[in-house]
Design a protein around this ligand. Sequence first.
Ligand SMILES: *Cc1c(COP(=O)(O)O)cnc(C)c1O
Length: 376
Amino acid sequence: MNEGSSTWPQWLPLREELRSRTPYGAPQVDADARLNTNENPHPLPEEVSRSISESISSQLASLNRYPDRDALALREALASYVNEFIASAGGVRPANIWAANGSNEVLQTILLTFDGLVAGFSPSYSMHPLLAMGAGKRFETITLGEGFSLDMNSAITAIDSRKPSIFFLTTPNNPTGKSMTLAEIRKIVDAVARNGGITIIDEAYGEFSTVESAVDLLEETPSLIIVRTMSKAFAFAGARIGYAIAREEVISALQLVRLPYHLSSLTQLSGIAALSHAAKLLQGVEQIKSERDLLSRELIALGFEVVRSDANFILFGGFTNVSAIAGWSSDQLWRELLDRGVLIRDVGISGYLRVTIGLPDENRRFIRTLREIISK
Ligand SMILES: *Cc1c(COP(=O)(O)O)cnc(C)c1O
Protein backbone atom coordinates (compact mmCIF):
# COMPACT_ATOMS: atom_id res chain seq x y z
CA MET A 1 0.00 0.00 0.00
CA ASN A 2 1.15 3.47 -0.88
CA GLU A 3 2.25 5.43 2.22
CA GLY A 4 0.56 8.58 1.02
CA SER A 5 -2.83 6.94 0.62
CA SER A 6 -5.56 7.57 3.14
CA THR A 7 -8.06 5.08 1.66
CA TRP A 8 -7.64 2.26 4.10
CA PRO A 9 -9.39 -1.05 3.31
CA GLN A 10 -12.84 -1.37 4.90
CA TRP A 11 -11.97 -4.76 6.47
CA LEU A 12 -9.36 -3.06 8.71
CA PRO A 13 -10.99 -2.32 12.06
CA LEU A 14 -9.17 1.03 12.25
CA ARG A 15 -9.96 3.59 14.91
CA GLU A 16 -12.37 6.04 13.31
CA GLU A 17 -10.17 9.10 13.91
CA LEU A 18 -7.30 7.38 12.04
CA ARG A 19 -9.27 6.63 8.83
CA SER A 20 -8.46 9.89 7.09
CA ARG A 21 -4.80 9.98 8.14
CA THR A 22 -1.44 9.19 6.59
CA PRO A 23 1.75 8.42 8.53
CA TYR A 24 3.67 11.51 9.66
CA GLY A 25 7.13 12.32 8.47
CA ALA A 26 9.34 14.83 6.75
CA PRO A 27 10.07 13.80 3.16
CA GLN A 28 13.25 11.66 3.21
CA VAL A 29 14.34 12.66 -0.27
CA ASP A 30 17.86 12.77 -1.62
CA ALA A 31 19.56 16.14 -1.82
CA ASP A 32 23.12 17.45 -1.79
CA ALA A 33 22.40 19.54 1.31
CA ARG A 34 19.80 18.09 3.68
CA LEU A 35 18.78 20.91 5.98
CA ASN A 36 15.27 19.79 6.89
CA THR A 37 15.07 17.75 10.12
CA ASN A 38 17.12 19.73 12.64
CA GLU A 39 19.73 17.01 12.96
CA ASN A 40 23.21 17.95 14.11
CA PRO A 41 25.36 17.99 10.94
CA HIS A 42 28.58 16.93 12.68
CA PRO A 43 29.48 13.25 12.53
CA LEU A 44 30.34 11.82 15.97
CA PRO A 45 33.95 12.62 16.87
CA GLU A 46 36.27 9.63 16.40
CA GLU A 47 37.00 9.30 20.15
CA VAL A 48 33.27 9.11 20.91
CA SER A 49 32.50 6.47 18.31
CA ARG A 50 35.51 4.48 19.57
CA SER A 51 34.21 4.54 23.18
CA ILE A 52 30.79 3.43 22.02
CA SER A 53 32.10 0.59 19.96
CA GLU A 54 34.41 -0.65 22.75
CA SER A 55 31.60 -0.52 25.24
CA ILE A 56 29.18 -2.35 22.98
CA SER A 57 31.63 -5.05 21.88
CA SER A 58 32.45 -5.97 25.46
CA GLN A 59 28.76 -6.62 26.10
CA LEU A 60 27.68 -8.33 22.89
CA ALA A 61 27.85 -11.83 24.36
CA SER A 62 25.28 -10.75 26.97
CA LEU A 63 22.63 -9.92 24.39
CA ASN A 64 20.94 -13.20 25.30
CA ARG A 65 19.74 -11.36 28.43
CA TYR A 66 17.12 -8.63 28.69
CA PRO A 67 18.49 -5.15 29.34
CA ASP A 68 18.36 -3.40 32.72
CA ARG A 69 14.67 -2.52 32.80
CA ASP A 70 15.31 0.61 34.82
CA ALA A 71 18.36 1.70 32.80
CA LEU A 72 19.96 2.78 36.05
CA ALA A 73 23.51 3.35 34.79
CA LEU A 74 22.23 5.49 31.92
CA ARG A 75 20.00 7.48 34.27
CA GLU A 76 23.00 8.05 36.57
CA ALA A 77 25.01 9.32 33.60
CA LEU A 78 22.14 11.58 32.54
CA ALA A 79 21.73 12.92 36.09
CA SER A 80 25.45 13.78 36.23
CA TYR A 81 25.19 15.52 32.87
CA VAL A 82 22.14 17.52 33.98
CA ASN A 83 23.80 18.53 37.25
CA GLU A 84 27.04 19.53 35.58
CA PHE A 85 25.69 21.36 32.52
CA ILE A 86 21.99 22.19 32.90
CA ALA A 87 20.62 22.55 36.44
CA SER A 88 22.17 25.57 38.08
CA ALA A 89 21.39 24.29 41.57
CA GLY A 90 22.26 20.63 40.82
CA GLY A 91 20.43 18.12 42.98
CA VAL A 92 18.92 16.03 40.16
CA ARG A 93 19.08 12.34 41.07
CA PRO A 94 18.65 9.24 38.85
CA ALA A 95 15.20 8.86 40.47
CA ASN A 96 14.28 12.18 38.83
CA ILE A 97 15.10 10.87 35.36
CA TRP A 98 13.46 8.48 32.93
CA ALA A 99 15.04 7.64 29.58
CA ALA A 100 13.40 6.22 26.46
CA ASN A 101 13.85 5.75 22.72
CA GLY A 102 13.95 9.43 21.81
CA SER A 103 11.95 12.15 23.51
CA ASN A 104 9.03 11.17 21.30
CA GLU A 105 8.67 7.96 23.31
CA VAL A 106 8.95 9.96 26.53
CA LEU A 107 6.15 12.27 25.35
CA GLN A 108 3.97 9.36 24.26
CA THR A 109 4.44 7.66 27.63
CA ILE A 110 3.43 10.84 29.46
CA LEU A 111 0.29 11.10 27.31
CA LEU A 112 -0.60 7.48 28.07
CA THR A 113 -0.11 8.02 31.82
CA PHE A 114 -2.23 11.10 32.49
CA ASP A 115 -5.90 11.75 31.94
CA GLY A 116 -7.80 14.58 30.35
CA LEU A 117 -7.47 17.35 27.82
CA VAL A 118 -4.15 18.23 26.18
CA ALA A 119 -3.30 21.75 25.05
CA GLY A 120 -0.39 23.72 23.71
CA PHE A 121 0.63 26.71 21.64
CA SER A 122 0.50 26.92 17.87
CA PRO A 123 2.68 26.99 15.87
CA SER A 124 4.78 24.48 17.72
CA TYR A 125 6.13 20.96 17.31
CA SER A 126 3.65 19.14 15.09
CA MET A 127 4.23 15.81 16.84
CA HIS A 128 2.59 17.01 20.07
CA PRO A 129 -0.99 16.96 18.68
CA LEU A 130 -0.25 13.77 16.73
CA LEU A 131 1.03 11.95 19.81
CA ALA A 132 -2.04 13.14 21.71
CA MET A 133 -4.30 11.78 18.98
CA GLY A 134 -2.43 8.47 19.02
CA ALA A 135 -3.07 8.28 22.75
CA GLY A 136 -6.79 8.94 22.12
CA LYS A 137 -6.73 12.46 23.53
CA ARG A 138 -8.14 15.77 22.37
CA PHE A 139 -5.60 18.55 21.73
CA GLU A 140 -6.57 22.21 21.85
CA THR A 141 -4.31 24.92 20.51
CA ILE A 142 -3.68 28.41 21.77
CA THR A 143 -2.45 30.53 18.89
CA LEU A 144 0.70 32.55 19.44
CA GLY A 145 0.50 36.29 18.82
CA GLU A 146 2.14 38.69 16.38
CA GLY A 147 5.62 37.53 15.33
CA PHE A 148 5.01 34.17 17.10
CA SER A 149 5.28 35.84 20.48
CA LEU A 150 3.43 34.90 23.61
CA ASP A 151 0.48 37.00 24.74
CA MET A 152 0.57 36.06 28.41
CA ASN A 153 -2.87 37.38 29.37
CA SER A 154 -4.72 35.54 26.64
CA ALA A 155 -2.69 32.38 27.30
CA ILE A 156 -3.63 32.43 31.00
CA THR A 157 -7.28 33.12 30.16
CA ALA A 158 -7.31 30.16 27.76
CA ILE A 159 -5.70 27.87 30.35
CA ASP A 160 -8.18 28.96 33.03
CA SER A 161 -11.16 28.30 30.78
CA ARG A 162 -10.06 25.02 29.18
CA LYS A 163 -8.24 23.53 32.19
CA PRO A 164 -5.90 21.16 30.31
CA SER A 165 -4.43 18.28 32.33
CA ILE A 166 -1.39 18.24 30.08
CA PHE A 167 0.03 21.45 28.66
CA PHE A 168 2.85 21.46 26.10
CA LEU A 169 5.35 24.26 26.08
CA THR A 170 8.31 24.06 23.69
CA THR A 171 11.27 26.30 24.39
CA PRO A 172 13.16 27.12 22.25
CA ASN A 173 10.06 26.63 20.17
CA ASN A 174 10.09 24.58 16.99
CA PRO A 175 9.59 25.83 14.23
CA THR A 176 10.12 29.44 15.36
CA GLY A 177 13.36 29.09 17.34
CA LYS A 178 12.11 31.54 20.01
CA SER A 179 12.75 30.92 23.71
CA MET A 180 10.53 31.78 26.63
CA THR A 181 12.02 33.32 29.75
CA LEU A 182 11.92 31.41 33.04
CA ALA A 183 9.55 34.05 34.42
CA GLU A 184 7.12 33.40 31.55
CA ILE A 185 7.42 29.64 31.95
CA ARG A 186 6.74 29.95 35.67
CA LYS A 187 3.49 31.85 35.00
CA ILE A 188 2.24 29.21 32.57
CA VAL A 189 3.23 26.33 34.87
CA ASP A 190 1.40 28.00 37.78
CA ALA A 191 -1.74 28.60 35.70
CA VAL A 192 -1.81 24.99 34.51
CA ALA A 193 -1.13 23.68 38.03
CA ARG A 194 -3.89 25.66 39.72
CA ASN A 195 -6.29 24.09 37.21
CA GLY A 196 -5.05 20.62 38.18
CA GLY A 197 -2.73 20.03 35.23
CA ILE A 198 0.91 19.34 34.56
CA THR A 199 3.17 21.22 32.10
CA ILE A 200 5.54 19.44 29.77
CA ILE A 201 8.47 21.65 28.86
CA ASP A 202 9.97 20.31 25.64
CA GLU A 203 13.59 21.46 25.70
CA ALA A 204 14.76 19.48 22.65
CA TYR A 205 16.92 22.48 21.68
CA GLY A 206 17.88 23.52 25.21
CA GLU A 207 21.63 23.28 24.65
CA PHE A 208 21.44 25.84 21.83
CA SER A 209 19.59 28.39 23.95
CA THR A 210 20.72 31.39 25.96
CA VAL A 211 17.87 30.92 28.46
CA GLU A 212 18.30 28.66 31.52
CA SER A 213 16.53 25.31 31.68
CA ALA A 214 13.21 24.99 33.50
CA VAL A 215 14.85 22.22 35.55
CA ASP A 216 15.52 24.88 38.16
CA LEU A 217 11.75 25.30 38.69
CA LEU A 218 11.38 21.70 39.92
CA GLU A 219 12.42 22.73 43.39
CA GLU A 220 9.49 25.12 43.81
CA THR A 221 6.77 23.21 41.96
CA PRO A 222 6.04 19.55 41.30
CA SER A 223 3.72 20.11 38.32
CA LEU A 224 6.17 19.99 35.47
CA ILE A 225 8.14 17.55 33.37
CA ILE A 226 11.18 18.72 31.46
CA VAL A 227 11.79 16.63 28.35
CA ARG A 228 15.15 16.68 26.61
CA THR A 229 16.88 14.63 23.95
CA MET A 230 20.33 13.54 22.81
CA SER A 231 19.14 13.77 19.18
CA LYS A 232 20.04 17.38 18.52
CA ALA A 233 22.87 18.79 20.65
CA PHE A 234 24.63 15.43 21.08
CA ALA A 235 24.54 14.54 17.36
CA PHE A 236 22.89 11.30 18.44
CA ALA A 237 19.57 11.22 16.55
CA GLY A 238 20.26 7.74 15.18
CA ALA A 239 20.76 6.25 18.66
CA ARG A 240 17.29 7.35 19.85
CA ILE A 241 17.71 8.59 23.43
CA GLY A 242 15.48 11.15 25.09
CA TYR A 243 14.70 11.70 28.76
CA ALA A 244 12.31 13.26 31.22
CA ILE A 245 13.38 15.18 34.33
CA ALA A 246 10.70 15.48 37.01
CA ARG A 247 9.79 14.88 40.65
CA GLU A 248 10.22 11.27 41.71
CA GLU A 249 6.43 10.66 41.95
CA VAL A 250 6.01 11.72 38.32
CA ILE A 251 8.81 9.43 37.16
CA SER A 252 7.26 6.55 39.13
CA ALA A 253 3.89 7.19 37.48
CA LEU A 254 5.46 6.85 34.02
CA GLN A 255 6.54 3.30 34.98
CA LEU A 256 2.85 2.31 35.07
CA VAL A 257 2.58 2.31 31.28
CA ARG A 258 6.13 2.04 29.90
CA LEU A 259 6.95 -1.16 28.03
CA PRO A 260 9.18 -3.56 29.94
CA TYR A 261 12.75 -3.60 28.54
CA HIS A 262 11.88 -0.77 26.18
CA LEU A 263 15.44 0.54 25.99
CA SER A 264 17.89 -1.95 24.45
CA SER A 265 21.22 -2.75 26.10
CA LEU A 266 22.95 -1.36 23.01
CA THR A 267 21.11 1.95 23.35
CA GLN A 268 21.86 2.20 27.05
CA LEU A 269 25.57 1.50 26.55
CA SER A 270 25.81 3.95 23.64
CA GLY A 271 24.22 6.68 25.71
CA ILE A 272 26.52 6.15 28.68
CA ALA A 273 29.59 6.18 26.44
CA ALA A 274 28.47 9.34 24.61
CA LEU A 275 27.67 11.16 27.87
CA SER A 276 31.21 10.53 29.10
CA HIS A 277 32.26 12.86 26.24
CA ALA A 278 29.64 15.53 26.94
CA ALA A 279 32.08 18.45 27.02
CA LYS A 280 33.57 17.43 23.66
CA LEU A 281 30.14 17.01 22.06
CA LEU A 282 28.99 20.40 23.33
CA GLN A 283 31.85 22.04 21.40
CA GLY A 284 29.92 21.10 18.24
CA VAL A 285 26.95 23.06 19.62
CA GLU A 286 29.06 26.22 19.86
CA GLN A 287 30.04 25.90 16.19
CA ILE A 288 26.42 25.48 15.16
CA LYS A 289 25.42 28.56 17.17
CA SER A 290 27.99 30.73 15.45
CA GLU A 291 26.99 29.37 12.01
CA ARG A 292 23.36 30.10 12.93
CA ASP A 293 24.15 33.72 13.69
CA LEU A 294 26.15 34.07 10.47
CA LEU A 295 23.37 32.50 8.40
CA SER A 296 20.80 34.83 10.00
CA ARG A 297 22.86 37.85 8.96
CA GLU A 298 23.24 36.49 5.42
CA LEU A 299 19.47 35.93 5.09
CA ILE A 300 18.77 39.43 6.37
CA ALA A 301 21.30 40.84 3.86
CA LEU A 302 19.37 39.13 1.05
CA GLY A 303 16.22 40.93 2.22
CA PHE A 304 14.49 38.13 4.15
CA GLU A 305 12.91 38.46 7.57
CA VAL A 306 14.43 36.18 10.16
CA VAL A 307 12.85 35.06 13.42
CA ARG A 308 15.66 35.40 15.97
CA SER A 309 16.58 31.81 16.76
CA ASP A 310 17.83 30.24 19.97
CA ALA A 311 17.97 26.78 18.34
CA ASN A 312 19.82 24.98 15.51
CA PHE A 313 17.48 26.16 12.77
CA ILE A 314 16.07 29.41 11.42
CA LEU A 315 12.52 30.28 10.42
CA PHE A 316 12.59 32.93 7.73
CA GLY A 317 9.97 34.77 5.69
CA GLY A 318 9.45 38.19 4.17
CA PHE A 319 9.41 36.83 0.61
CA THR A 320 7.48 39.93 -0.47
CA ASN A 321 10.55 42.07 0.38
CA VAL A 322 12.51 40.22 -2.29
CA SER A 323 11.23 41.35 -5.69
CA ALA A 324 12.14 38.23 -7.71
CA ILE A 325 10.03 35.99 -5.47
CA ALA A 326 7.39 38.44 -4.20
CA GLY A 327 4.07 36.62 -4.34
CA TRP A 328 5.68 33.17 -4.14
CA SER A 329 4.25 30.56 -1.79
CA SER A 330 6.46 28.72 0.70
CA ASP A 331 6.02 25.59 -1.39
CA GLN A 332 7.24 27.31 -4.56
CA LEU A 333 10.49 28.49 -2.97
CA TRP A 334 10.92 25.11 -1.24
CA ARG A 335 10.70 23.33 -4.62
CA GLU A 336 13.07 25.73 -6.38
CA LEU A 337 15.66 25.07 -3.68
CA LEU A 338 15.13 21.31 -3.88
CA ASP A 339 15.49 21.35 -7.69
CA ARG A 340 18.93 22.84 -7.05
CA GLY A 341 19.91 20.18 -4.50
CA VAL A 342 19.01 21.98 -1.25
CA LEU A 343 16.36 20.39 0.96
CA ILE A 344 14.84 22.58 3.69
CA ARG A 345 11.44 22.37 5.45
CA ASP A 346 8.04 23.75 4.63
CA VAL A 347 6.49 23.69 8.09
CA GLY A 348 3.05 24.70 6.87
CA ILE A 349 3.25 28.35 7.91
CA SER A 350 2.32 30.43 4.91
CA GLY A 351 5.11 32.80 3.84
CA TYR A 352 7.83 31.07 5.89
CA LEU A 353 10.34 28.25 5.53
CA ARG A 354 12.63 26.62 8.08
CA VAL A 355 16.27 25.81 7.45
CA THR A 356 18.39 23.62 9.74
CA ILE A 357 21.94 24.82 10.36
CA GLY A 358 24.27 22.47 8.51
CA LEU A 359 28.01 22.31 8.03
CA PRO A 360 29.57 25.59 6.86
CA ASP A 361 29.75 24.31 3.24
CA GLU A 362 26.08 23.34 3.26
CA ASN A 363 25.06 26.69 4.70
CA ARG A 364 27.04 28.60 2.07
CA ARG A 365 25.51 26.36 -0.61
CA PHE A 366 22.04 27.21 0.73
CA ILE A 367 22.73 30.95 0.62
CA ARG A 368 24.36 30.73 -2.82
CA THR A 369 21.37 28.81 -4.19
CA LEU A 370 18.92 31.26 -2.65
CA ARG A 371 20.88 34.13 -4.19
CA GLU A 372 20.73 32.39 -7.63
CA ILE A 373 16.96 32.00 -7.32
CA ILE A 374 16.28 35.58 -6.34
CA SER A 375 18.60 37.12 -8.93
CA LYS A 376 17.00 35.32 -11.88
C1 LIG B 1 13.44 17.01 17.33
C2 LIG B 1 12.45 17.25 18.40
C3 LIG B 1 12.20 16.29 19.37
C4 LIG B 1 13.05 15.07 19.36
O1 LIG B 1 12.74 13.95 19.18
P1 LIG B 1 13.58 12.65 19.49
O2 LIG B 1 12.49 11.65 19.54
O3 LIG B 1 14.27 12.83 20.81
O4 LIG B 1 14.54 12.48 18.37
C5 LIG B 1 11.34 16.57 20.41
N1 LIG B 1 10.73 17.75 20.50
C6 LIG B 1 10.95 18.71 19.58
C7 LIG B 1 10.30 20.03 19.74
C8 LIG B 1 11.79 18.48 18.50
O5 LIG B 1 11.97 19.42 17.58
